[in-house]
Structure formats: C-alpha cells, structure tokens
Design a protein. Structure first.
Length: 231
C-alpha cells in the first residue's frame, strides 16, 4: 500500500522525497490520513510577546468556529518543545470545550519537519510572518523560509510585498521546494499577528483591546485561507 497525501486538485502526482519516502497523491478518495490538515504555530506569542493566556483563548475560539463550519479538515497547533506554555494552556482549555480531538489537536515538533520527523502529514503550514514577508528574523519565519528554499520567497513576492497585521497570504509551493518534496506541504500561509514587542514594528504598547481584535482577525484570515485551498 503506497503512502499517500491528499491533493486539493485531485490530480495524480508522484513526489519522490528524501531517503525512502515515495508519496503518491491519489484520485480524490479520502482516507483518514488524507484529511486536509493545517499546522500552525501560535501567532504572536514568542517574538511578538502577546499574552499567552489571552492568545490561548483566542486560538480556541477561532478553532472552534472553524471546526464547526468545515467538515473534512484538521487543525494542528504546533510548538517546538514539550514544555511549551502555549500548548499546555491550549490543551487544558480545549478539554473544557466541546472540540472534536480528531479535528483539532496539539503537536510537538519543528513545523518544517512534521512529516519527516513526526510522521504527521500536513498539506499546509502557517508562518508567523513579519510585515515585509522577508526571510530571517527568528522563530517560525526563519525556519520556514530556510526549509522551503528560495522558491518560497519568489512565490511570496509574486503575490504581495507586505502584510497588514491581522491578514494572511496563501502561497502555493512549487514541487521543487524541499518542504513540498520532503514534507508534502503544498501551501505556506503567511500570517501577521499583533505585535507587543517594542523592538519590532507596529508595537501596540500593551493595548489588548486592539491586540485581541487583530489576533482574532489573523486566525480568521488564516483559517479562511486554508479553507480556500481545500474547497
Ligand atoms: N516549529 C514550530 N514552532 C515554532 C518554530 C518551529 N520551527 N519556531 C518557533 N516556533 P515566533 P511571533 C513557535 O517568534 O511571536 C519572526 O522573527 C514559537 O515557540 O515565530 O508571531 C518574524 O520575522 C511560538 O510558539 O512568531 C516576525 O518578526 C510560535 O512559534 C516575528 O518573529 C510563534 O513564535 C513574529 O513573532
């Protein structure tokens, strides 16, 4: 039985990955492991210094909205370590809500290695971007641009030169990108969250009325972007 990934287009493709991974996308039939999946980091909670407790509430509110609306899709909140505060908060709060654990769960791992290191297939990954949509900086942004190769910067530039806080930009990856060939990721969705770090542009100076509104908008745009590539 060949390994397979879902294909939003339904076209048959064969992607040869590193080591012994041969991935076949099949003809539209969906088995449980083919469910369109978006992996996302917690937007704004590291470099952008957004309050974790407030962010966790917003993540769950937005996740719940999405999973109640979209039938055949999964969302996965990812962070690098088992000690992740945001993952613990979200897990604890999710347990108190009525969220289907097949449609939303947390996962520990590098968002650029979810399949090759963690065995988790994700069609799309979200990037906690900067407003210039540039590689580097740190965190998820640096890791994703570096893992995707120059293709991501080229494809991003074709679509936009910058991003407003609260907005997302869907970027299809060419099959030559290692994120596609090795990990099976077909789309990166850049998201710009609210910034509470005075060292970074557009700092909201602890204005959590504005900040929470922008973080909600960011997740709405991200999940709408994801919905647009699976429908
Ligand atoms: N895999 C999974 N999760 C990660 C990874 C990774 N490789 N790297 C970081 N995280 P951050 P922000 C988690 O700082 O707060 C950049 O410099 C991290 O632990 O990436 O939105 C950009 O250029 C945290 O839970 O994003 C922007 O200027 C989450 O990802 C700025 O940072 C988000 O942390 C954006 O800051």
């Amino acid at each position: 039985q060949p390994e397979d990934i879902s294909s939003s287009s339904g076209n048959a493709k064969e992607i040869k990955g590193g080591e012994n991974i041969v991935v076949h996308a099949v003809d539209g039939t969906v088995s449980s492991k083919d469910i369109p999946t978006l992996a996302f980091p917690s937007i704004s909670t590291a470099d952008f210094q957004f309050n974790h407790e407030k962010a966790a509430d917003i993540i769950l509110e937005k996740v719940e909205e999405f999973v109640n609306k979209v039938e055949n899709a999964r969302l996965v909140l990812v962070d690098l370590s088992h000690g992740s505060k945001i993952l613990s908060l979200v897990r604890a709060k999710a347990a108190q809500r009525n969220i289907d654990s097949n449609k939303f769960f947390t996962f520990v791992g590098d968002i650029t290695r979810l399949y090759s290191k963690g065995g988790l297939r994700c069609n799309a990954i979200a990037n906690a971007a900067n407003w210039r949509l540039k590689p580097g900086g740190g965190g998820a942004n640096a890791a994703i641009f570096s893992a995707a190769g120059p293709e991501l910067e080229v494809e991003t530039k074709k679509r936009a030169g910058s991003l407003i806080p609260g907005k997302a930009l869907v970027v299809p990856l060419p099959s030559t990108s290692p994120l596609f060939s090795r990990e099976g990721v077909t789309h990166v969705i850049h998201v710009l969250g609210p910034n509470m770090n005075p060292q970074r542009p557009n700092c909201l100076d602890n204005d959590y009325v504005k900040g929470s509104k922008v973080l909600r908008e960011a997740y709405t745009s991200l999940f709408e972007g994801f919905a647009s590539i699976i429908n």
